[in-house]
Ligand binder design. Structure first.
Ligand code: SF4
Length: 155
């Protein structure tokens, strides 16, 4: 049975920066959870940050809070932990929370703290993709299911 790396907040952990929970309740996601396929990771808390924590955004190669604190090291540490878990579990792919500076896979906030998004990816999503793990978000579960069926049919 192939494993799927998932964002901890989608899995149901209380780990979002603003302490507002956002568990994924899609029946397919819950079925995978029941099957024991899901490997949760929260790159930001695994990187040593607390919940709640200051909002942070990618600014060029760094990750900064709105007050100007550089939290790049924590974000990178968490991203490497996500990659370690993906490798250790031979994850088929990852399903990561959209728009996050760690987990976002299509869009992220643009670093101006004006609620403006731009095309881009979070630190963990980028590291996973660079290592060859496909990254999707919670709106792409049907596509993920097709990928899973194809992979398992070929095994
Ligand atoms: S770092 Fe990822 S898993 Fe953790 S709260 Fe943010 S979006 Fe969710």
């Amino acid at each position: 049975m192939r494993k799927i790396l998932v964002s901890g907040c989608l899995y149901g952990w209380h780990c979002r920066y603003d302490a507002v929970d956002c568990p994924c309740t899609d029946p397919l996601f819950l079925k995978w959870k029941q099957e024991g396929r899901l490997v949760p990771v929260c790159p930001e808390t695994f990187g040593g940050l607390q919940t709640p924590r200051p909002d942070a955004q990618r600014v060029a190669e760094k990750v900064m809070t709105e007050s100007g604190k550089d939290v790049t090291a924590e974000y990178q540490k968490g991203a490497h932990e996500a990659l370690r878990l993906a490798k250790e579990n031979d994850a088929a792919f990852a399903i990561m929370k959209e728009d996050s500076p760690s987990c976002g896979s299509k869009y992220i906030f643009d670093g101006t703290f004006t609620d403006t998004k731009k095309a881009g990816q979070g630190c963990a999503a980028q590291l996973l993709r660079d290592a060859g793990f496909p990254v999707m978000d919670e709106d792409e579960l049907q596509q993920a299911q097709k990928t899973l069926c194809r992979l398992e049919a070929n095994e």
